[in-house]
Write a protein that binds this ligand. Sequence first.
Ligand code: SF4
Ligand code: ZN
Length: 318
Amino acid sequence: MNSCSKCGNQQIIIRKKHSGQSLCQECFIESINEKVLKDTRKYKLLEKGDKVLVALSGGKDSVVALHILNSLREKNIIDMVAVTIDEGIKGYREEGIEIAATNAKSLGIEHRVMSFKEYFGRTLDEMMGQDGTGHGDTRRQGDTEPRHACTYCGVFRRWILNRVAQEEGATKIATGHNLDDETQSILMNYLEGNINNLIRIGPKSESRDERFTVKIKPLREIPEKEIGLYAIAADLNVHLAGCPYAGESFRREIGGFIKELSRDHPTIMYSTLRGFDKIKPILKKELTPKGNTGECRRCGEPAAGELCKACSFLEGWE
Ligand code: SF4
Ligand code: ZN
């Protein structure tokens, strides 16, 4: 009979295939807390006095990140503010906002909700023509296929987070990216030959541009499955519904492929990440990442060309 590798308790809730370790509920929660805080120190994600903006969707990853980082706030090491982006996805986002607000409130953390509608004049549903107007042609100059909702969603969300971080005087933006997300990004960018994006992947964004708040990923080495289990074990209130736009995407295909491989090769995600982290400095020495050196003429945010990505999308609608 299996018992907890740490305390001997007979009631184990997880047997980690990659390490052979079995853990009871209490020791599992403790082990995740320790691992996240250890990685935070190892990669120097936070410094004393940081004000951390947590991008809180209400989903399990961001809720777990909020709760674990809150232990540093309770020790007065960091200050925190939680921000939820309301993309305007009817029938989906409303519940996420409510759950995000409940979590922030239960910890006494200030919570702000910022919407696409308020910043960009339209919801994601309206952008995608899902509001019944049929105005959502997502093709832009030179596009043959309509663009996927996630392309817009990601660009606009990053724009708002960066803007709110500046307004709040936040020194870091923490997101809930997990090990699965990170290995997917590595494989996707490699398979697409997108080396410029590939070398940006890491626990912490490395832009030297002060106009961009540093982004950190404290859950980067925790598998998605373990984050889900943590949320259940710690009895956290999380938003479980899936986004109606998620659909089929290259990321999803890659995610399915990695999951499939992980069944027989349980260490595959860890080794992909480790291998990548080793070759990244060598790649970076050879390639200088293209930066956003200019300023968007429309919104003033950093931009590679005349317009930032968000504004180039917006101009297409005007
Ligand atoms: Fe946005 Fe795509 Fe995520 Fe839905 S799945 S919230 S559209 S990025
Ligand atoms: Zn702009």
